[in-house]
Design a protein around this ligand. Structure first.
Ligand code: NAD
Ligand code: UD1
Length: 337
């Protein structure tokens, strides 16, 4: 089956494209390379031992998207393409609304015009706002604390309205918790532009000497060691979750929503200590003020995905960090060197 992967040159998209190829699917990646490089695709192809089709295009260009769909006629679309920085979304909300929401609308319009109905949507645990209780279940109330989160929340709502309007649509909404790690080969991985804002990429940069120390945002949270707790999930498990969701959209119509997380919370200090153990590097750190908008503790109840998709996360924090370190130490400058 041919699967179209928007944003397939990015971090999660490249790992999922590889998993699709390894499962025997044909893959078309559609990406504008605004936050990725073609080298990522070359490496996916090298790891899979076969080629994938690449369309360099922007979701902001409706005609090109429609032509791409008409030409490739994918069995399903996995829609990763989007901007994802919470901080940036506060200073450039229109850019986020336009790229993420108009991009999604252009894609959906093109799908309708070419009579294609199956789509997997990258959502985020950010749609739970400040969770009332953990672990978080899918029926937790939804809210958002930032413009990026709003694009995910509204994206989900658009899909729900569409699914209700016509049985030909089939949507899987996947709410990712905190994706980390990389393919075990160390050939593909997360390559943030500029200074990373997420914890594990930042710690990795400290481990290779590109940053002097980790700022721990808050040491006074009501958690066992006072630092924030998150549900880190291996990107390979996340990729497997997309294959499970693909089976679902091929067999169902309507809309399904699932958390993709491990169900385990780990604190910032646990992550840093694990990175030290795995890398053998000392990671200097200091506790600073809480980061605005951060929640104390967020981890998933992943039971629904296990029950309905037959998917569970298999890898723990050690494997995630080992794989991240392999990628980081072999590619200290990311894909650039
Ligand atoms: P990424 O930035 O590495 O990948 C996104 C890809 O989309 C990039 O290759 C970028 O060039 C491309 N892209 C962006 N806008 C585009 C457009 N208008 N047209 C064509 N291509 C475009 O991000 P990622 O970490 O792989 O995230 C993938 C998706 O998952 C995003 O939608 C993100 O919001 C969501 N998500 C990510 C995380 C995370 O922690 N990484 C967590 C929750 C949800
Ligand atoms: C962040 C986003 C979330 C997005 C997710 C994945 C915010 C408020 N939330 O989640 O919407 O879906 O990234 O892109 O930005 N930390 C430090 N020092 C650092 C970096 C992080 O102490 O240098 C801490 C944070 O306070 C948090 C934990 O590490 O407790 C994880 O942070 P991060 O990796 O940024 O993910 P989230 O904040 O959970």
């Amino acid at each position: 089956m041919r699967i179209l992967v928007t944003g397939g040159a990015g971090y999660i998209g490249s790992h999922t494209a590889l998993a699709l190829l390894n499962s025997g699917h044909d893959v078309t990646v559609l990406d504008n390379f605004s936050n990725s490089v073609p080298e990522a695709i070359c490496r996916v192809s090298e790891l899979a031992g076969r080629r994938l089709q690449v369309i360099e295009a922007d979701l902001g260009d409706p005609q090109t998207i429609k032509r791409a769909l008409a030409r490739t006629r994918p069995a399903a679309v996995i829609h990763f393409a989007g901007l994802k920085s919470v901080g940036e979304s506060h200073s450039q909300p229109l850019r986020y609304f336009s790229n993420n929401l108009s991009g999604t609308l252009n894609l959906l319009n093109a799908m309708q015009e070419t009579d294609l109905g199956r789509l997997i949507f990258s959502s985020s645990a950010t749609v739970y706002g400040v969770p009332d209780e953990v672990p978080v279940k899918e029926d937790h109330s939804l809210s958002t604390t930032n413009p990026y989160g709003r694009t995910k929340l509204v994206g989900e709502q658009l899909l729900a309205d569409l699914a209700a309007s016509d049985v030909r649509w089939s949507f899987a909404v996947l709410r990712y918790f905190n994706p980390v790690g990389s393919h075990p080969s160390g050939r593909i991985g997360e390559d943030p532009r500029g200074t990373p804002s997420n914890l594990v990429p930042y710690v990795g940069r400290v481990a290779v000497g590109r940053e002097p120390l980790v700022n721990i945002f808050g040491g006074d949270y009501p958690t066992p060691d006072g630092t924030g707790v998150r549900d880190y999930i291996h990107v390979e498990d996340l990729a497997a979750g997309h294959l499970a969701a693909l089976e679902w959209v091929l067999q169902h119509s309507g809309i399904g929503v699932w958390n993709l997380g491990t169900g385990q919370g780990h604190s910032v200090l646990e992550v840093i200590r694990m990175y030290e153990q795995v890398s053998g590097q000392r990671i200097p750190r200091r506790i600073v003020a809480r980061r605005q908008g951060d929640v104390s503790s967020s981890y998933a109840d992943p039971a629904k995905a296990e029950r309905e998709l037959g998917w569970t996360a298999r890898q723990g924090l050690r494997e995630m960090i080992e794989d991240h370190w392999r990628w980081q130490s072999r590619n200290p400058m990311g894909y650039g060197g």
